[in-house]
Design a binder for this molecule. Sequence first.
Ligand code: ADP
Ligand code: XUL
Length: 472
Amino acid sequence: MAYSLGIDASTQSVSAIVIDLDDGRVVYDHSINFGEALPQYEAPNGFFQGSEDGEVFSNPTMWLEALDLLLAQLSKECDLTKIKCLSGAGQQHGSVYLNHTWFDAVSNLSPQASLAEQLKACTSRPVAPIWMDTSTEKECQEIAQALGGDHIICEKSGSVTTERFTGPQIRRFYKHSLEAYLNTNRIHLVSSFIGSIFAGCDAPVDTGDGAGMNLMNLKNFDWDSQLLNATAPDLKDKLPKIVLGNHRIGPIAPYFVKKYGFDPQTEVTVFTGDNPSSLVGTGGSSEGKVVISLGTSDTYFAAMPKIVSDPNGYGHVFGNPSGKTMSLQCFLNGSLAREAVKDRFNYSWDQFTEAIKETPAGCNGNYMLPFFSPEISPRYSGSTPVLKGSPAFQNWEHPQEAIRACVEGQFLNMQLHTEWMAMQPKSIYLTGGASENDMIAQVVADVFQCTVERLAVTGSVALGAAMRAAEN
Ligand code: ADP
Ligand code: XUL
């Protein structure tokens, strides 16, 4: 009997799924929620705001603590000697800044101490900017200008310069904290940072996640020297190599063998971004399938045989871990916007679901533009949703209508802003935390006029990681 392990280092939690390679059965599925397990980091949803407008950070040390908690739990409930391979995925675009001590530290992790204790001192920046950060408008303009316009950046990298993407984030760090930038010897994505720890070496970035940086050229899947030069000096030396999604890094680090009981032969496959991993986990990596992931963000994505870009500049082309490319549209106002409406009325998820059920489709002519924080698809800088309809609806006096209008507004906006992909799906694969909600799934089916399919597990990111490792 052989198992494969998939790790998902996401915004709000870190999760593990173990599958049995003989029959594909999920034998273990568990998450450590950062806010619940580690409240001392004061990041109830896994992130916190910075002191300047639009800055959103997480704490890499918190991720490491959570990872040790997850593995301790896993080792109690699963025979780790059966795990023969593993891979993982991380929230996309987030970056971890490391000093010269990182290379030795990650290669010589001692089982006597925790990951957090051993790696905390390796960071040249205590915080990691994540995908929710919108503070880099100026840096985006500067990079676009240096290359002769956003259309050139889009042609090279698959996206116009985008605030949350790693390149503009690195430029901001370089401009605002020059000394710390100069003390940075490696910049990892969340995926390659966690992948490095599992492999016990400085690991590469894959093309799926690497494409979310505005630094990789899609034509040769390598760093683009013009993009690098426009972003920050000597950047190439600070970045890992880029490899395809089927790259094997090597065997698992002795830390995990000695501390938790993994088989020393356990093979580690390069980690990728959460959305590319989910594409694999839902079986969407071959052409023609559309996946909607309802996590902290809502995303709509599909494998793409040829590169098509969004004329509005909101959408993206990433590498597909199974080869070629995928298209993706990300909506920042996903689960946290639904939660904001639910919490406004002190509702449970059951009451939220009932409210959608009890209110007719079309919401009695009431509409909501459900942007509770700045949105990226389309760009919207306010933090107040817009309500149009009856006076009582506009005054938030009808919880049932407000809830349905929020969900309908989200998916009508999604339909409008994914038209550029010209996918016309017959069936949509729904995944992520909110996909277990039957009424949200029904609204998706109604808006897109197609059937909706769901997996037995909501964690298609971790599942995709376990499948990628197994297929390799
Ligand atoms: P991420 O991977 O971005 O950390 P998840 O995919 O784990 O996020 O999804 C977490 C979100 O799922 C929570 O923020 C919560 O709003 C949402 N969620 C959980 N249960 C339900 C439910 N029954 N109905 C709607 N949303 C839900
Ligand atoms: C995709 C994006 C988010 C993050 C977090 O471009 O920003 O979906 O990957 O899930």
